[in-house]
Write a protein that binds this ligand. Structure first.
Ligand SMILES: NC(=O)c1ccc[n+]([C@@H]2O[C@H](COP(=O)([O-])OP(=O)(O)OC[C@H]3O[C@@H](n4cnc5c(N)ncnc54)[C@H](O)[C@@H]3O)[C@@H](O)[C@H]2O)c1
Length: 447
């Protein structure tokens, strides 16, 4: 089945998206592409062995890990010189944890509150790590680029289509300004994935005709409401369960697997239909996200991707990606290729560094900065984020959704720019029974 597809991204934002995705998954910043798909910006500054100062915005689990991984890189000194979080105890815990691993490579320069990001960006950091819930990513990324900072930002990069477009625009500005942008879709930095996807691009299984992507697991943490919290403070703390902060787990986690299939396909799907709901996610702390989604995505060339994600304990757990082609099958997550008789014909023998892609992506970013190279991963990360949101639109609506209507949707889940204090009214309020709006397929307006 083949659909016609227009280039849906505004020309001013990204021009020839498909060529770009086909080339390397990296933006080309006005210079020659060099090893690893990096590009040299005309005005790029090579740090050499100079000190690189890093700011951390969002000092939770991942932000702390990313800061340590940045400090683990070699080639010159790295220092965490500013940290910001909405919660004082989180910034303090992260500070202690980073200090316990890297002693004196961190300054006691902490900012707290919804505007803490402004203080970190106003400091003289060279690179900023953005690791808050993704609802804040478009705002923080845009302001980081405007402040002239190189960025490492976690996935997903948005929770709605307007956020994706804002990120794409900021990515373009970063490109113009010679600022590096790296995104925590770390499989792109793992040797085994890179080798395997390169094999697929060379035609190792012929033309892809079907793909499968899974993030089926028990679920994630849940942070109960405390009596002393305002409604906004509670939602910010238990952020995973609110779409304006998280985008649902299809966006928050399953993006990794969807992104791998987009990478293999060098494209995004043009159509999606699916289903999902809340089988076990019930009760006062359950927020509004589903606990399962199953989506059938269709790419422009007719290739289908079956995507499943589930947060239900006691079920089949699987976090993998697979591609079936005219001439064989590939377990991409295992970096193995089989012929049409199911005989193993290739397996990667690459060894990852300790910490795998989470560490390697920082080795790659800091090595690039020291060499004056400017990686920019904004576009494929934004398109993969949009693909996950597209899937959510399909399962929430219960309808067949087209890429163009999804990408161009003006449905914004929150105006996070206007939030400055925990006493502000959150974008979403519970009803009298303390329940939050949950999408009802066939009825809810979700695009
Ligand atoms: N690449 C990966 O494999 C991977 C793994 C885990 C998490 N992540 C991503 O990292 C991000 C954070 O996840 P986490 O597990 O660290 O969550 P977390 O809850 O542990 O940390 C988030 C932190 O951000 C802070 N925060 C919230 N809003 C903020 C704001 N407006 N300004 C400043 N700080 C704010 C919170 O207080 C918290 O300390 C998510 O986008 C998640 O998807 C990526």
């Amino acid at each position: 089945m083949t659909q016609s597809k227009k280039n849906t991204i505004e020309p001013s934002v990204s021009g020839s998206r498909r060529n770009f995705i086909k080339d390397s998954g990296l933006l080309i910043a006005g210079g020659a592409i060099v090893g690893g798909g990096l590009s040299v910006a005309q005005a790029a500054h090579a740090y050499g062995s100079d000190l690189i100062k890093v700011g951390l915005i969002g000092c939770g689990g991942r932000g702390t890990g990313a800061a340590v991984q940045a400090l683990n890189t070699s080639g010159g000194d790295v220092r965490i010189t500013a940290m910001g979080d909405i919660f004082a105890n989180n910034v303090q815990t992260a500070y202690r944890s980073i200090k316990s691993e890297h002693g004196d490579k961190i300054d006691d320069n902490k900012f707290v509150g919804l505007d803490a990001y402004k203080d970190v960006l106003a400091s003289d950091v060279d690179v900023v790590i953005l690791a808050t819930p993704p609802g804040f990513r478009p705002l923080h990324f845009e302001k980081a680029v405007e402040a002239g900072k190189h960025v490492f930002m976690e996935k997903p990069v948005a929770v709605d289509a307007p956020g994706v477009r804002r990120v794409l625009a900021a990515g373009k500005l970063a490109e113009k300004r010679g600022l590096a942008v790296q995104v925590g879709l770390q499989r792109h930095h793992e040797f085994r994935y890179k080798e395997c996807v390169a094999k697929l691009h060379e035609g190792a299984i012929g033309d892809p005709i079907f793909a499968r992507a899974y993030w089926n697991a028990a679920g994630v943490w849940n942070r109960p409401r405390r009596d002393d919290q305002t409604e906004l403070e509670y939602q910010l703390s238990n952020w995973y369960y609110f779409n304006w902060l998280c985008g649902d787990h299809i966006n928050e986690q399953h993006i990794h697997n969807i992104d791998v299939i987009n990478w293999v396909m060098k494209d995004h799907p043009v159509e999606a239909q699916g289903q999902g709901g809340r089988e076990v996610r019930k009760g006062s702390n359950a927020g509004q996200i589903f606990d399962h989604h199953m989506i059938e995505f269709t790419y422009d060339n007719g290739t289908k991707m079956l995507s499943q994600c589930r947060h239900i304990p006691g079920c089949w757990s699987e976090v993998t990606e697979h591609v079936h082609g005219t001439n064989g099958y590939c377990d991409v997550s295992a970096a193995k290729i089989f012929d049409t008789k199911n005989k193993l014909v290739w397996e990667s023998d690459a060894k990852e560094v300790s910490g795998k892609g989470w560490q390697q992506e920082h080795h790659d970013l800091f090595a690039a900065l020291r060499n004056g190279q400017i990686p920019n991963e904004t576009e494929y990360a934004a398109i993969s984020t949009m693909t996950a949101i597209f899937g959510r639109m399909a399962s929430y609506s219960g309808k067949v959704v087209k890429w163009d209507e999804a990408f161009n949707s003006n449905l914004s889940l929150a105006n996070v720019d206007s939030l400055h204090s925990f006493n502000d009214i959150p974008p979403l309020m519970p009803n009298d029974q303390g329940e939050y709006e949950v999408a009802v397929p066939g009825r809810s307006k979700v695009i």
